[in-house]
Design a protein around this ligand. Structure first.
Ligand SMILES: *[C@@H]1O[C@H](CO)[C@@H](O)[C@H](O)[C@H]1NC(C)=O
Ligand SMILES: *[C@@H]1O[C@H](CO)[C@@H](O)[C@H](O)[C@H]1NC(C)=O
Ligand SMILES: *[C@@H]1O[C@H](CO)[C@@H](O)[C@H](O)[C@H]1NC(C)=O
Ligand SMILES: *[C@@H]1O[C@H](CO)[C@@H](O)[C@H](O)[C@H]1NC(C)=O
Length: 474
């Protein structure tokens, strides 16, 4: 840690506004300490801790603020900054954590007199105490760490990671190896060792997860002698999320099915993410053969239950039907349940028309009472996360990227007005646009789609016609 802090301070002096990041995990009920030590002491500083990524000026969703040597505000008793602040110690203690405390936290320290801004992002993952230590769960696009450690009392060891269960001799489908000091080979830069390798922490970090990376991984540590090697199997589970889109009054079908080779199982549907053990916010239950309870007549299982088709039908969709649903098939045994998450989006599409040559503003606003959030605009329907064909990004405070000068956010971004202005409309600008407000937490984003029609004046239409006509001679 000492060296790390030193490194951080050197970097900090060179690079004001540096963002550093690390990850930490804890169990439900623990207290976690998120380390944040300012390398510059005895200077008056303003600091805040917040949930979500660091913003350019402060903290999104603040939980604690510090002015000089005092903590001036905390969101609740749960959050405490206990250390000696004048000594730069800004670490945040979160007491009695639960699963909802998972996510990114930002420690933002401003040394006013030196004009230095330090930002540190910490990814916190809270696990259920019942979670076996060889099971790691995540979603597509996440960065996750598969834990594996040894005690380097007898010096460094060669270690390899492979995909598939451990075998006697070596790593099958090797993805990474280290000589005990450095990584000497990786299959791709998505696999990294971010722990202190010489200290025996050879946990594997995988970034940009995809569904086909699911499965068992083996951490294989060589120890001299026959059959002395240490081997650890770790199971990586990627949440399976499907997107179902519909409009008001539609009948929606949320797909879910399982293999009935060993018979049928009881199943429940909940309106919320899949919990580790139960269906939260249950809306329907089946004993495997029949529906035995449902919250409303609008929920039905119309598939062939005997063949394991437990797809949920929702009739007469309304605006409250949006969000995540969980289909849980209760397979006997601990952690055997089949879980499937489905995100339902009730499309909220506005239609706007403009004239070629004019400027137009596509409205999109959100409530900033809980803090500002990153927003993207894309020229396509809203995908499951982020924006397809991005044209503008803002970090919630200012525009951080635009595809071209054609696109502007001219509203007051800090008050939640992220309306998009498109200059000098042409027929090519016609189509669907997506505005996505990235609210922290799984599946909390707010999206809005706008369908833009461009009425061309006769001249532009003529030009298009001419170009097309010429094109046909090529
Ligand atoms: C911090 O404290 C000083 C002195 O008490 C005060 O003048 C200043 O306005 C405070 N700044 C903020 C941002 O609260
Ligand atoms: C790794 O751990 C060793 C032994 O505890 C320590 O001496 C070293 O400074 C650590 N390295 C880093 C980069 O933290
Ligand atoms: C399952 O049932 C639904 C109706 O509830 C139907 O739309 C879907 O096609 C069925 N799926 C399969 C794989 O048969
Ligand atoms: C924003 O949210 C807060 C808290 O939920 C609420 O009190 C306020 O009325 C909302 N503002 C608007 C403009 O909707």
């Amino acid at each position: 840690m000492g060296m790390y802090t030193l490194l951080l301070s050197v970097l900090a002096l060179l690079t004001p506004g540096l963002v550093s990041a690390y990850r930490t995990t804890a169990l439900v009920g623990d207290s976690v300490i998120l380390r944040c030590v300012s390398p510059i002491t005895h200077h008056t500083s303003l600091a805040c801790w917040g949930r979500g990524a660091c913003s350019s000026t402060g903290c999104n969703f603040p939980v604690a603020t510090v002015n000089g040597s005092r903590v001036i505000w905390t969101k609740s008793m749960k959050y405490q900054v206990k250390g000696d602040i004048t000594d730069g110690e800004m670490s945040l203690t979160i007491a009695d954590v639960n699963l909802d405390d998972s996510g990114v936290y930002c420690c933002h320290v401003k040394i006013v007199s030196l004009g230095i801004d330090l930002k540190r992002e910490i990814h916190v993952e809270i696990q259920h105490p019942m979670m076996p230590d060889n099971l790691v769960q995540g979603s597509v696009d996440d960065t996750l760490t598969l834990p594996c450690k040894y005690t380097p009392d007898d010096g460094p060891r060669e270690v390899c990671w492979g995909k598939g269960s451990c075998s006697i001799f070596k790593c099958n489908n090797k993805v990474l190896s280290t000589d005990g000091a450095n990584v000497d080979w990786t299959e791709s830069n998505r696999y990294q060792l971010l722990g202190n390798i010489t200290n025996g922490d050879v946990s594997l970090t995988i970034s940009g997860l995809t569904k086909d990376q699911e499965g068992t991984y083996c951490c294989h540590i060589w120890v001299p002698g026959i059959f002395n090697d240490i081997k650890k199997d770790i199971k990586l589970e990627i949440r399976d999320v499907t997107l179902v889109r519909g409009s008001l009054k539609d009948t929606l079908v949320l797909p879910c099915s399982y293999d009935t080779d060993r018979g049928t199982y009881s199943t429940c549907w909940g309106h919320g993410p899949c919990g580790l053990l139960t269906c939260y916010n249950k809306i329907l239950e089946s004993d495997g053969d029949d529906v035995i309870w449902r919250e409303s007549r609008r929920y039905q299982l119309t598939g062939n239950l005997a063949k394991g088709n437990v797809s949920l039908t929702i009739e007469e969709a309304n605006a409250d039907d949006g969000g995540v649903y969980c289909c849980r098939v209760k397979v006997p045994g601990v952690f055997n349940d089949i879980k499937k998450e489905i995100r339902v989006e009730i499309r909220n599409v506005d239609v706007i028309s403009g004239r070629a040559g004019d400027s137009i503003t596509l409205p999109c606003t959100y409530n900033v009472s809980e803090g500002t959030s990153p927003v993207c605009w894309g020229k396509d329907t809203c995908p499951i996360s982020r924006c397809t064909n991005s044209i503008v990004w803002t970090d919630g405070e200012a525009v951080s990227w635009t595809m071209s000068e054609k696109y502007k956010l001219i509203g007051n971004i800090k008050t939640g007005d992220v309306s998009l202005t498109i200059k000098r409309l042409t027929k090519e600008d016609e189509g669907t646009y997506c505005c996505r407000v990235e609210i922290p937490g799984l599946f909390n984003d707010k999206t809005k789609e706008i369908s833009l029609n461009v009425e061309d004046d006769g001249f532009q239409g003529f030009q298009t016609f001419q170009t097309e006509a010429l094109g046909s001679f090529e």
